[in-house]
Design a protein around this ligand. Structure first.
Ligand code: NAI
Length: 246
């Protein structure tokens, strides 16, 4: 029996990078996954084709996690089919960097909306489905920038710090019902997310990492799968760093 057989999961930001790695790891361990993505239909089509071996255990769907009504309708439809939910991975995230005096209000709001409010909305609708069966695993993908801060990322760092406060509060609310709520906190991970960085900056960031390399999405997925598994039943309210020692 595979570790996640008969488990029903939702992963946000599932078609690329870290979210895709977590989704594929869950699928490989037998889970059924609804993978949500922001808007890149081409990436979703590629993934669906590349994951053909999982058949109807993978369903990819476009959904902006910051749109309250859209998320409400998504869960209403899902509930009609699933009734309960075992796993929610709040991975969707964006960055819109600028030093604070130059940061546009829309960029501040959008980053908070997607990274933090999106996580709140998804968890708000997921928790009742987990309470129904007195079991659940909720995982947020935060960032060390949430406690370190980073010049040019005040919006992003604030959203990631906010996720930790949200995760810790929710973990206390649901602990008695055998629902755990945790964070993984990846360091520099080679994905499209940091693809726009100039080579000189990449070199500088790599030097900051004691392991002297960027991590891979699969390395984050390994840690995520532990926290999502039954083996992690007594890990709650935790932030697990996957940073190469940053
Ligand atoms: P990525 O850019 O490759 O993937 C982001 C995913 O989020 C995409 O699938 C996209 O469709 C989805 N998304 C964006 N806006 C959305 C919205 N409004 N609604 C639904 N989905 C939306 O990024 P990556 O690197 O895989 O990042 C995933 C998470 O990991 C993010 O939360 C990011 O903040 C976090 N992270 C990434 C690090 C890195 O170095 N790559 C380091 C630390 C944290």
């Amino acid at each position: 029996m595979l570790e996640f057989e008969e488990k029903k999961a939702i992963v946000t930001g599932a078609t690329r990078g870290i979210g895709r790695a977590i989704t594929e790891a869950l699928l490989a361990q037998g889970a059924t996954v609804v993978g949500l993505y922001g808007g890149n239909h081409a990436a979703a089509e590629v993934m669906q084709a590349e994951c053909a071996q999982y058949g109807d255990r993978l369903r990819l769907q476009q959904l902006d996690v910051s749109e309250y009504q859209a998320v409400a309708s998504f869960f209403a439809q899902l509930e009609a089919q699933w009734e309960t939910l075992d796993i929610l991975v709040n991975n969707a995230g964006i960055r819109r960097d600028a030093v604070l005096p130059m940061m546009k209000e829309e960029d501040w709001r959008r980053v908070i909306d997607v990274n933090l409010t999106g996580g709140y909305i998804m968890a708000k609708f997921a928790v009742p489905l987990m309470l129904r069966q007195k079991y659940g695993r909720i995982l947020f993908v935060t960032s060390p920038m949430g406690h370190l801060g980073f010049a040019g990322q005040a919006n992003y760092a604030a959203s990631k710090a906010g996720q930790i406060g949200l995760m810790k509060s929710l973990s206390r609310e649901v602990a008695k019902r055998k629902i755990t709520v945790n964070c993984v906190s990846p360091g520099f991970i080679a994905t499209d997310f940091i693809d726009d960085l100039p080579e000189a900056q990449v070199k500088e960031y790599r030097k900051m990492v004691p392991a002297n390399r960027f991590g891979t999405p699969a390395e984050v997925a390994d840690a995520a799968l532990f926290l999502l598994s039954d083996r992690a039943a007594y890990v709650n309210g935790a932030v697990l760093e996957i940073t190469g020692g940053l």
